[in-house]
Design a binder for this molecule. Structure first.
Ligand code: FMN
Length: 188
C-alpha cells in the first residue's frame, strides 16, 4: 500500500468482527511500529497486548473512565451522543484485543514529554501498519482518566500509560471526518 494512501485512508474503527487476530500478525505490527524515531534513541515504548478474559477485565476498568468524563461530555455533546459514548466505553466496539502502550515514567518534564511523543510516533506506525494489514484500530486516550488503575492492572505501576488501542477486523466503514484548513503558518 502506498504510504500516502495508508495515511489518508486509515480511520478510527469502533465496531469489530467477532474474530481474533493471530498472535503472529500482532507481533509483526509491533516489530514494525518500533522503527519510530525516539527522543535520544531511548525507545521508551512497551506494548501490552490484552486479549480473552484479561481484555474483559480491562474493559471493565476502562469503562469507569466514562463516569469521570461524563460532566465534560454532557457540557459538550447532545444527550444522544453522550449515550453513544457511554455504550462505546462499555463494549469498546467488541474489539478482540486491546493494546495498551506505555512509556517510561520520568521525573524531568521535558524528558517525559519526549518519551510520550516517541511512543505516539510508534502508535501511529502501529495504526498505519494495522490498516495496511486490513485491520482496524482506535487510538484512545479516554482511558487516561483511569490511568493508575490501568497501569496497576498491566502490572507496570512504574510506567506511564500513553494510550489504549482497540485492534481487530473492522465491521464498519467509518465516516471520513474532513480535515481543517488553515493549519500552516509560513514565516519567511
Ligand atoms: C491522541 C488521540 C486520542 C484519542 N482518544 C480517543 C478516545 O478516547 N476515544 C475515541 O473513541 N477516539 C479517540 N481518538 C480517535 C479520534 O476521535 C479520531 O482520530 C478523530 O475523530 C478523527 O477520525 P479518524 O481517526 O477516523 O481520522 C483519539 C485519537 C487520538 C490521536
Amino acid at each position: 500500500m502506498d504510504l500516502r494512501q495508508a495515511i489518508q485512508l486509515r480511520r478510527s474503527v469502533r465496531c469489530f468482527q467477532d474474530r481474533p487476530v493471530d498472535r503472529a500478525v500482532l507481533e509483526d505490527l509491533i516489530r514494525g511500529a518500533v522503527w519510530a524515531p525516539s527522543a535520544m534513541n531511548t525507545q521508551p515504548w512497551m506494548f501490552h497486548v490484552v486479549s480473552g478474559n484479561s481484555r474483559d477485565r480491562l474493559c471493565g476498568i476502562m469503562s469507569q473512565a466514562f463516569d469521570r468524563l461524563r460532566p465534560r461530555l454532557e457540557a459538550l455533546f447532545k444527550k444522544s451522543m453522550v449515550g453513544m459514548i457511554r455504550g462505546y466505553f462499555t463494549h469498546f466496539g467488541n474489539a478482540p484485543h486491546l493494546v495498551a502502550v506505555t512509556a517510561e515514567r520520568l521525573e524531568i518534564p521535558e524528558y517525559q514529554e519526549g518519551a510520550i511523543q516517541s511512543v505516539a510516533a510508534a502508535i501511529q506506525n502501529f495504526s498505519l501498519l494495522a490498516h495496511e494489514a486490513g485491520l482496524g484500530t482506535c487510538w484512545m486516550t479516554g482511558p487516561l482518566w483511569v490511568a493508575s488503575e490501568v497501569e496497576a492492572f498491566l502490572g507496570v505501576p512504574q510506567r506511564r500509560l500513553v494510550a489504549v488501542l482497540t485492534v481487530g477486523w473492522p465491521d464498519q466503514e467509518p465516516p471520513v471526518p474532513p480535515r481543517r484548513e488553515g493549519v500552516v503558518a509560513w514565516l519567511e
